[in-house]
Design a protein around this ligand. Sequence first.
Ligand code: NAI
Length: 410
Amino acid sequence: MTNTYSFDKSRIKVVLVEGIHENAVTYFRENGYSDIEYYREALSGSRLEEKLRNAHIIGIRSRTEIRSDMLRKAQRLIAVGCFSIGTNQVDVHEAKMAGIPVFNAPFSNTRSVAELVIAECIMLMRGIPEKNHLARNRIWMKSASNSVEVRGKTLGIIGYGHIGSQVSILAESLGMRIIYYDIEKKLTLGNATPVSCLEELLKYSDTVTIHVPSTDLTRNMISGRQVAMMKKGACLINASRGDVVDYKAVAEGLRTKQLSGAAADVFPQEPASAEEPFTSELQEFDNVILTPHIGGNTLEAQANIGLEVAEKLVKYSDTGSTIGAVNFVEISLRPNASKQRFLHIHANVPGVLKEINNVFSSRNINIAAEFLQTDPELGYVIVETDSELDHSVIRDLRNIPHTIRVRVLF
Ligand code: NAI
């Protein structure tokens, strides 16, 4: 006879704060999680600590900070979901060392950014920001000068990753020629053409758009020298990270008419809230579009984030799979109701696996399957058996030296 195992999900407490999109709540409920606490506001201090002490899963956005001292006290916590792109609001290394994977949604807003970039590209090449400014100041500047179609023009994409490649597809459907530069070899979409160096891209592009991460290599990758290499009268768009572009150099390029327009969504110093003033070298120019880091902020992106992170959390809780965790070794497993699953997270030191196996072999329990992943600091092993649950197994697994966390899915 084959046993069927299913664990009692109603005992898993899910705490969601900061008004996370309702898609997340629906997804947890549809998957059998009924103990859900939902808060519209961000939590901090003792209130957050109390929630963390009782929660098995916590979902936050960017205003709730989970720091190492709180993680140490969160004995029940099995996972953190950052319903955001970044994970800076959590001490992810400390979470890892506490055996807690942290999940996020890095690509839920890719399309939103790409659409904004396309819109800005058209606006800049038509000279709309300047005409808009004049019209608001009662000046009727009905002129075709500095106003061109994007069709047939060259868009240079720096960084052909998730966003860059989406921009490529959308721009090509408008009839643009696409060239791109990436440090990695990429699968080229449509008729885009890779170029071998940044200089080549700058030389031939009518508009340049940047989609790289912030790294030592990309910091100020567009500076005075690069602006000077661009086509006379080209436009520049940055919706990647603020420190990738030296905006002083862009301002100088606009002043000398080397650039005919620019759009910036990200800045080296961004205000934390609407109460703080925002200043930029680009504010004095009429042919510039400035936006407050909203490239990825759409209702669709919020909905996608709600679903994407909830899916990852449920998958981890149900199966032990850590795919998509930012701080954890990755194990990907399908649900298997015919097996009992033990999850063992430990410091990666020699001998722990042997001890784990001993716990089962000393009871004559057959291990049906075993999955192990390690990084230099952490080991994560999932053991599958098909015996009845013996609670002393969990106790003995917990007692193995260097054990961080043990869970059983039965
Ligand atoms: P991704 O990781 O999918 O793509 C980045 C690409 O840049 C990769 O193909 C990589 O090989 C390439 N790259 C890295 N260093 C490079 C270099 N030195 N030269 C040329 N290429 C280089 O990232 P994704 O999702 O496309 O995001 C791109 C940027 O957009 C990131 O900086 C991200 O933070 C930002 N972003 C901005 C948003 C906004 O609201 N404005 C929203 C989402 C992302």
